[in-house]
Design a protein around this ligand. Structure first.
Ligand code: TRP
Length: 451
């Protein structure tokens, strides 16, 4: 029994992680995964990436960079389940089951889709111009990600809250339609880390690739230094008092500093520390904290097969959860084996027949024969004579092989044929009905049991 909280989140693999991603999502997720009560599932949402990006090179590079970033950042793959979405074939399969219960009207209301439609309308285009079914169905794929593993908590940015709500909606509908009182899916909750700073970028707006104002994370010390040198500050000269509370450089420093470091930096700025020196101090702080991870990152990137191995192990762990669960869901919607299905009553018979057995014996003339006895000891068949035990054994073996039985009736009895010769006979029955019942019992007795 596990009472651990299952935390699950996906990272869309279209870009290179920057300092803002690290402070806002990666670092908190890695910390959260260290909690003994957390059962974390973190994955590369590379199917989602295909919705936004049709550049194979970029998809591939981003998958590797993001995997290396999380690993270098200290993610412990023995503790968490870390995998690529596209290594889990159960995800697209569940996506389809959910697509069939998701209301189109619900998806019409998805923010990302609506924003694209609005943009088209504004531009005087067809409302759905350039909108793929992937974009439209994005929330269903995400619902499958979440519901597949029955996640309790889903750490996401604010823009993703609606998607988690849709996952609840779709999951609930599935539960209602197919659960028969059973709740297949856990209702997930979006987890918004209020305390996590959204880092400002070089220009003071939120750090984001779309603003082109990011500080690179692990590319190189020089890149980081160059970016820091471009942080926009006011024009106060060295020696003039600075205002830390209105400086995004200070906010960036704060996000990585201890309380003591922060206070010292604040005091120095108030006393007129020059911006050039302040940038230098920020670089020293970041480099001190991230330098080792940067080295690990480059090591990982230079040995992609190590990462491949780790991710395949992760996929195996994830599939050990997903595959049996999906099998249950397939059953629930009616995608069932014909065999198990038709056999519900037959299966019971098969069990009873399990005790049917062959008994061999030797005649006085040295020939070998066998009887097939039903569970209750009644004789179903008596074989003809065989020259040796091996020949008799071969016949019993073939009768149990599951191949179609060649049964031929003769008056009130029947015989069993193999390769054109009679190998065994039944007794004589009182009437045709009992003869036919015996033939049926024989077939059941000789149907191999599935293991
Ligand atoms: N859509 C999310 C994003 O862009 C990524 C994502 C995909 C995800 N599947 C998920 C997040 C499941 C949480 C849970 O940020």
């Amino acid at each position: 029994m596990t009472t651990r909280t299952r935390i699950l989140t996906g990272i869309t693999t279209t870009g290179t992680p920057h300092l803002g991603n690290y402070a806002g999502a990666i670092r908190p997720a890695i910390l959260a995964s260290q909690d003994a009560n957390a059962d974390s599932f973190y994955f590369l949402a590379d199917y989602h990436a295909l919705i936004k990006c049709d550049d194979p090179q970029r998809i591939q590079r981003s998958r590797m960079e993001i995997a290396a970033t999380w690993l270098a950042g200290g993610l412990d793959v023995n503790r968490v389940t870390f995998y690529r979405q596209s290594d889990i074939p159960e995800i697209p399969e569940l996506t389809w089951l959910l697509t069939c219960v998701a209301a189109k009207g619900l998806l019409n209301r998805a923010h990302a889709y609506k924003a694209s439609v609005d943009k088209n309308v504004e531009a005087g285009e067809d409302p759905d111009a350039g909108i793929s079914m992937g974009l439209y169905s994005y929330p269903v794929l995400m619902a499958a990600d979440i519901l597949m593993f029955n996640a309790h908590k889903v750490p996401v940015g604010r823009d993703q809250i609606q998607h988690v709500e849709m996952a609840r909606d779709i999951g609930q509908r599935f539960n209602h339609l197919f659960g028969n009182g059973k709740e297949f899916f856990t209702m997930p909750e979006a987890l918004i880390e209020e305390s996590v700073a959204t880092l400002p970028g070089l220009d003071g707006r939120k750090m984001s690739k779309s603003y082109d104002n990011t500080i690179p994370l692990f590319t190189s010390a020089k890149d980081m230094k160059d970016a820091i040198s471009r942080i926009v500050t006011d024009s106060r000269a060295p020696g003039e008092a600075k205002d830390p509370d209105n400086s995004h450089l200070f906010t960036l420093y704060q996000a990585f500093a201890s309380k003591a470091q922060e206070e010292e930096f604040r005091a120095d700025l108030l006393q007129g520390l020059g911006w050039g020196e302040a940038k230098n101090r920020l670089f020293q702080l970041l480099d001190g904290q991230l330098g080792e991870a940067r080295e690990r990152y480059h090591q990982l990137m230079s040995r992609p097969s190590d990462m491949e191995d780790l991710l395949l192990i992760g996929a195996k762990k994830a599939r050990a959860v997903a595959a049996p669960f999906l099998a249950e869901l397939r059953e629930a919607v009616g995608l069932r084996s014909f065999v198990n299905q038709a056999a519900a009553p037959v299966a019971a018979k098969k069990k009873a027949a399990k005790a049917a057995r062959f008994v061999s014996f030797r005649e006085d003339d040295g020939s070998f024969r066998f009887r097939l006895l039903a569970a209750d000891g009644e004789q179903l068949l008596l074989s003809r004579n065989f020259a040796d035990g091996k020949a008799a054994g071969a016949v019993t073996k073939q009768l149990q092989s599951g191949d179609a039985l060649d049964v031929r009736t003769e008056a009130l009895g029947f015989s069993v044929w193999l390769d054109g010769v009679v190998v065994a006979d039944s007794a004589e029955f009182a009437d045709e009905a009992s003869r036919d019942a015996a033939i049926e019992a024989l077939r059941v007795a000789l149907t191999p049991l599935e293991d």
